[in-house]
Structure formats: C-alpha cells, structure tokens
Design a protein around this ligand. Structure first.
Ligand code: SIN
Length: 297
C-alpha cells in the first residue's frame, strides 16, 4: 500500500509501524483518516511520535474510527468520561501494573473494542514499553489439524480474574493510582470463537488470552488448561511480536481483533501516565459464520 498523506515506516517483521507527517492534535480530512485506517489494517499497530494532544483531541481522533467503547470497572476522566488514565506512580513498587499480562482489551464483552488508542503524558526515563503480538500470524502458524479442531470451538471469557470480588484489583493496594472498582459484574461470562475472522480484513486470528479466557465452552477449566496454555505460549512467541518504545507525546493505536498486548512493568521508582480510549467493535465472527456471510453476499 502506498500512502500520500502520511509516511509509514514498518518497525518489526510481525507487526507495527511508525507514522509521521500528520498532526493528530488538529482535525483531519477524510483522505488522511482513510489512509490511517488502511495503515492500521495493514500493520495492526501504529505509533505516531510527538503528538501534542489533550483529552479533547484524543476523543476527536478516536471518533474518526467508530463510536466509543464501553469502559467497565475503570472510571473515566471527570471532564472526558471516555478517557481513562493509565497511571503507575513512582512509589507503586513491586505491584502489578495495569495491562501487565498478555491480553486483548475487554474480550469479556459481547462486542469487544475494535481499536484502542493510548497517548503518552508522562514517561519513565527507560522501560514501560508496550509489546504486541500478531494473532493472525499465530493462527497461521498452527497445524492444519489443530486449526480444523479449533475452528469449531468457542471459549468462555470473563473479567473475574482482574476485576471480580476476589480479583487482582479487589486489593486496593494494587494499581491504587487508577480509578478501578472490582465488582460482582465481573463474574458475567460470554463466549467467543477461538478463531475470529476480522470483519474488515477477512483474516482469521487466534482469539484467546491469559487474562480473560477462562475455559473452552463445554469443558472444565482443568480440561481446557493444557491446550489453552499451549496456545498462550504460541500466541506470544518473539517472532510474532513488536515492541513500542514510547516517545514523548506518542499516540499508539492497535487493532484488538488482530493483536494481543502487554505493558512491560520494568520501571519501578518512576511515574508513567498515558490516556486511553477505545472504539466499540462487532461481535466476533467464527470461521464458519464468515464463510456463510461470504456465500450469502
Ligand atoms: C493497556 O493494556 O491498555 C495498557 C497498555 C500500556 O499501558 O502500555
């Protein structure tokens, strides 16, 4: 794909690109937005260094890619409720950080967010990178036999491990600088296909993650664990990943339908603050549903 409005530089073999030549703090025309959309579908993760943005311009940029997603368990900013502040203070040491395990955003929702946007406000002098893993490549790396089996399977997702009454964040000492409320609502379960087909690219991706996937549908947690553990390990093999080293005022966006991510927790003693929004996504489609849709079209 060639771009006229933006410059796009790939940063790793698996996914990720750095974008320049655009000021996200200003309103954008439809041709530029279309190019950014094409670039995110091509590269799954885009980072735009040096973007001077406040919460208002972050919301405006998010709005170019769809309606806002629902942000459960984490309270939004008072003046901009769709924006959540991802913060770890310098004195929060030896404590889990927000997003510090490989996951796909809010996969416990019926319609999990398609895109997430994260804008850097204050960064540690080193560390605090965000890693991504391309789940299309992971799916394509599995054997034909395993893919055939997984194609017909669904998995149960829930927010209970982080946000349930016994969850990680029920302990108020954890991620205490964020406005997180653990609750019974986190016990709700939804099922999604283990392989989801992307509504825009029509590519299949593995769609299970360590944080929110509980078990395969129709199986116990114990029965599910060996195969899930294999998939989680495969999902984050180094050759499927890219790593964003945050730069001042960078805005990074990613496509949750195609990647998992993890916030590296290696900057104890320093403050890190980024502001985050999401766009609402669609109900994940299985391989069979996507095939039926194509046949009916
Ligand atoms: C998240 O999981 O949304 C947070 C990622 C980060 O802080 O790098």
């Amino acid at each position: 794909m060639s771009y006229k409005r933006i410059e796009v530089q790939r940063i790793a073999g698996a996914c990720g690109a750095e974008v320049s030549g655009v000021d996200l703090g200003q309103p954008l025309d439809s041709a530029t937005i279309a190019e950014i959309r094409a670039a995110i579908l091509d590269h799954q993760v885009l980072t735009f260094p040096g973007q001077s943005m406040d919460d208002g311009s972050l919301e405006r940029f998010t709005g170019y890619f769809g309606a806002f997603g629902l942000e459960p368990f984490v309270e939004g900013e008072e003046t901009h409720p769709h924006v959540i502040a991802v913060i770890k203070e310098a004195d929060e040491q030896r404590t889990p950080n927000f997003g510090g395990n490989w996951h796909t955003d809010w996969s416990f929702q019926e319609r999990p967010p398609s895109f997430t946007f994260l804008h850097a406000r204050e960064l540690p002098p080193y560390g605090g990178d965000t890693m991504f893993a391309n789940q299309y490549l992971v799916w394509e790396s599995l054997s034909d036999g395993l893919r055939r089996m997984l194609e017909g399977m669904r998995a149960v997702h829930s927010a209970r491990r982080p946000y349930g009454p016994q969850g990680i964040y029920a302990d108020r000492r954890r991620a205490r600088s964020m406005k997180i409320t653990a609750s019974e609502a986190a016990l709700a379960e939804v099922t999604h296909p283990v392989a989801r087909v992307h509504a825009e690219t029509d590519r299949a991706a593995l769609y299970v993650n360590r944080v929110y996937t509980i078990r395969f549908e129709g199986m116990t947690e114990r029965e599910s664990a060996p195969l899930l553990d294999y998939l989680y390990a495969q999902a984050v093999r180094p050759e499927f990943t890219c790593r964003i080293r945050w730069q001042a005022n960078a805005l990074t966006m990613w496509d949750n339908r195609a990647v998992q991510h993890l916030a590296v927790n290696d900057y104890d003693g320093f403050r890190r603050e980024l502001h985050r929004t999401t766009t609402a996504g669609e109900r994940p489609l299985s391989v069979a549903e996507a095939r039926q849709g194509r046949a009916a079209a």
